[in-house]
Design a protein around this ligand. Structure first.
Ligand SMILES: [Zn+2]
Length: 112
């Protein structure tokens, strides 16, 4: 699985490289855990105002079938560990969706 070296900030990757890392890590984590999944939302769909979905920096992965909250949370933690501080990966048990986003938090390359 792709891992971003600690201290090599996601913000210092070009946007396409950062998004590629995020997609690769989430895909691999879902497959390694044996879940059936599909990408359920990119820039379309209903999201919070200001959501990174609307600028193409977020992606949702819907898991099919039964999944425990702990398994979803564990997936999110595993992805976050590989990606580092400039990405957020959050499990939503109600929707059975893994939300992933690239949100540079360091000054270099910071959004806005
Ligand atoms: Zn989302």
């Amino acid at each position: 699985m792709v891992r971003i070296k600690k201290g090599a900030y996601g913000a210092r990757l070009g946007r396409e490289m950062a998004i590629w890392c995020m997609m690769s890590v989430c895909k691999d984590a879902l497959e390694e855990a044996g879940f059936d999944y599909e990408i359920s939302s990119g820039i379309e769909g209903e999201h919070m105002a200001g959501s990174l979905h609307y600028i193409g920096n977020a992606c949702d992965w819907a898991v099919r079938g039964h999944i425990h909250t702990e398994e979803g949370d564990s997936l999110a933690v595993r992805c976050s560990d590989f990606l580092g501080q400039d990405f957020d990966v959050i499990w939503n048990q109600e929707k059975k969706v893994l939300h992933s986003e690239w949100q540079p938090k360091t000054s270099f390359g910071k959004l806005g």
